[in-house]
Design a binder for this molecule. Structure first.
Ligand SMILES: Cc1cc2nc3c(=O)[nH]c(=O)nc-3n(C[C@H](O)[C@H](O)[C@H](O)COP(=O)(O)O)c2cc1C
Length: 213
C-alpha cells in the first residue's frame, strides 16, 4: 500500500508538518509505504494554467503541465491513500494548497453533462488544517463552509476525505520579539505543551485509519 503525504505549509517542520508526519507514522505502523512532499521545496510550481491538456486525448484526466506539482499528481495517482495538510491563511488553505487543489480537481473534470469526472477515485484521504482560530471556530460560519467545500472537492477527486482541524496553534517560538497584542503567549505555549501532543496522537490514529488491514 502506497501513501502520498503533502505538506502545503511553507514551513517544513511546524504545526502542519508535524501533524502530517505523525499521521504518516500511523500509516507506516500499518505497513504503508510513504512518499512525502514539502510542496514549497518543490521546483517552481503554479496553479492550473488553463492549457486544457487534461481534456484532450491521450492525456484526458491527467494534468500535463511540467512543474513541481506534476510529480505530486503522479504520486497521488499511484497511491492508495493521501494526506494533505495546510495552514489556514486568511480564511483559506495556503496559496500552495490552492495551486495543488486546482490541478487535482480540474484535471479530473470532464466538462461533459453525461459524466462529470474522468475517474471516480476512492483513495481514503486525510485533510489537515491548522490555524490560530480554535477548532470551535469551524463549527459554523465561513470556516465551516470553507472546510465543507474542500472536503467535497477532495472527496470527489481523490476519495472519501476525513477532516482534522488543529486550532489555536503556536505560531512562533518567541512571541516577545513581536509587537503583537492579539495573543496570550502564555496560553499559546501552555496549549502547545499540553494539548498539541494529544493532537499529534490524534493525527497518528487518523493516519493509521487510512490503511485498510
Ligand atoms: C499569511 C498568514 C495568514 C494567516 N491567516 C490566518 C487566518 O485567517 N485564520 C487563522 O486562524 N490563522 C491564520 N494564520 C495562522 C496560521 O494558520 C497558523 O499559525 C498555522 O498553524 C501555521 O501553520 P504552520 O505552523 O504549519 O506553518 C495565518 C498565518 C499566516 C502566516
Amino acid at each position: 500500500m502506497k501513501l502520498t503525504a503533502i505538506n502545503t505549509s511553507p514551513r517544513k517542520n511546524w504545526n502542519t508538518a508535524q501533524l502530517i508526519k505523525e499521521a504518516v507514522k500511523g500509516a507506516e505502523s500499518k505497513g504503508a509505504e510513504i512518499v512525502y512532499f514539502d510542496l514549497y521545496q518543490q521546483e517552481r510550481f503554479t496553479g492550473c494554467i488553463s492549457c486544457f491538456g487534461c481534456k484532450r486525448k491521450p492525456n484526458e484526466g491527467k494534468c500535463v503541465y511540467k512543474d513541481g506539482i506534476l510529480p505530486i499528481l503522479q504520486s497521488i495517482r499511484e497511491s492508495d491513500a493521501v494526506i494533505i495538510g495546510t495552514p489556514n491563511y486568511l480564511g483559506q488553505p495556503s496559496a500552495g494548497f490552492r495551486a495543488l487543489y486546482e490541478r487535482i480537481v480540474f484535471q479530473n473534470l470532464t466538462y461533459r453533462v453525461d459524466v462529470r469526472f474522468y475517474e471516480e477515485y476512492k483513495k481514503p484521504t486525510l485533510f489537515i488544517m491548522t490555524s490560530n482560530v480554535p477548532e470551535e471556530g469551524y463549527q459554523q460560519g465561513p470556516y465551516a463552509e470553507m472546510i465543507k467545500t474542500y472536503q467535497a472537492g477532495l472527496s470527489a477527486n481523490i476519495g472519501p476525505t476525513e477532516v482534522f482541524i488543529c486550532g489555536n496553534t503556536l505560531q512562533v517560538k518567541d512571541y516577545s520579539i513581536y509587537n503583537w497584542n492579539m495573543f496570550d503567549s502564555k496560553v499559546k505555549e501552555e496549549r502547545h505543551k499540553t494539548v498539541f501532543p494529544q493532537e499529534l496522537r490524534n493525527a497518528y490514529e487518523l493516519g493509521a485509519n487510512l490503511v485498510r488491514e
